[in-house]
Design a protein around this ligand. Structure first.
Ligand SMILES: [Zn+2]
Length: 372
């Protein structure tokens, strides 16, 4: 009997490890091998980024950057053809996560609350297409292609994929039936221009309603992959142990974390004196969607440098519908001050099935109940 349990446990842990959350590092390496000019351009990025950050020490003025998205839905069966509502739920997650308006932000440990960033980046489904015509920002294409891997098929219409919209102007996101074991991948920025720039994500990991699959069912795969698209590395620094993610305020971390660990995890790892351990709830780790909740100020700076250096068309465009009502504008601009319970006690940890009151700086109060 004991033998059977051992075998079961081993097979469960192997399955967990085999679930590679993100193919960005492999994809980038493949691209660099294939295109010498891309390798040269990518190798300059860290230097150019640091130079930009040094020359722009005061980027503290509040400027919201809005990134227009085109979602290419590649579908073979109806299950892959996810609903508009599922796609919109992904846009909502992105706007919450990148503006630090995610309700689970109170789960960020206190020690990191002060460095958790409102990245001041927002997203829209493009309202104008590449020919200047109105669009929903969603393109649906039926395909006979099987599962998509990390090659050019996905962004080549003649191979059963969908062609890019101009990737200087739009963030292209291909949603498809992706190869098993992979949630998604992205192309990090550089001065090299080529097809296929953007994100590829499995349909069941996109959005937080509809055909989504736990534990990657809260839209954090796109949050993570857009981090790569804006030049963030994995928080453990990628290849090798205790690597460098080029961000000063993220603690050194030996390797990726899975599942949903308890804080603190691995204190003083990588020969550092860091009693808080791994920042496993950072969007650039591999933990479950429900356990991720922050980008840091250092990561924000690096993303802003990437937009200014390599994706500057995102700074000014009219590809997002701006006719938003005043009440909506006020709602979007407000800041959460605190969360209290029915008795007026300040809440520091989310409570399930309990009415909580969210108090904002514009005087509005919202009652929310989180149901599990
Ligand atoms: Zn990744």
């Amino acid at each position: 009997m004991k033998g059977i349990f051992t075998i079961l446990l081993v097979s469960i842990s192997l399955t967990t490890i085999a679930q590679e959350r993100c193919g960005t590092e492999i994809h980038t390496e493949n691209m660099m091998k294939k295109n010498a000019s891309y390798a040269i351009a990518r190798n300059k990025v860290n230097f150019q980024t640091e130079k930009w950050i040094k020359n722009h020490p005061n980027h503290s003025e509040k400027t919201i950057i809005t990134i227009p998205i085109i979602v290419h839905v590649l579908w073979k069966t109806n299950t892959h053809n996810i609903s508009d509502a599922q796609i919109q739920s992904q846009i909502d997650v992105l706007n919450e996560d990148y503006r630090r308006a995610n309700i689970d932000k109170i789960n960020t440990p206190n020690v990191w609350q002060t460095i958790a960033a409102d990245s001041e980046i927002e997203f829209c489904l493009a309202s104008t297409d590449q020919n200047g015509n109105p669009t929903t920002g969603i393109e649906r294409i039926q395909t006979t292609h099987g599962k998509f891997g990390m090659n050019s098929d996905i962004h080549t219409s003649s191979a059963g994929g969908a062609d890019d919209w101009p990737n200087d102007d739009y963030l292209n996101i291909w949603v498809c039936d992706i190869q098993s074991g992979l949630l998604g991948y992205a192309s990090p920025p550089s001065n090299w221009i080529g097809d296929g720039d953007g994100l590829v994500i499995g349909y069941q990991y996109f959005g937080r309603i509809g055909n989504v699959q736990a534990p990657y069912h809260k839209g954090r795969t796109a949050t993570h992959e857009i981090g790569h698209w804006l030049n963030l590395d994995h928080i453990w620094g990628g290849w090798g142990n205790c690597g460098n993610d080029q961000v000063n305020d993220t603690p050194k971390q030996e390797k990726e974390n899975y599942s949903c660990p308890a804080f603190p995890l691995n204190p003083n790892s990588c020969n550092t004196t860091n009693s808080s351990g791994d920042m496993f709830m950072n969007y650039m780790d591999y933990t479950n969607d429900a356990c991720m909740n922050l980008f840091t100020n250092g990561q924000k700076t690096r993303m802003l440098a990437a937009i200014n250096n390599y994706r500057s068309n995102m700074l000014s465009h009219d590809l997002c519908n701006t006719s938003v009502g005043l009440s909506e504008q006020i709602k979007n601009k407000r800041k959460l001050i605190k969360i209290i319970d029915f008795f007026g006690r300040k809440i520091t940890e989310i409570k399930i099935n309990t009415p909580l009151f969210y108090i904002y700086d514009n005087g509005t109060v919202e009652k929310k109940v989180i149901i599990k």
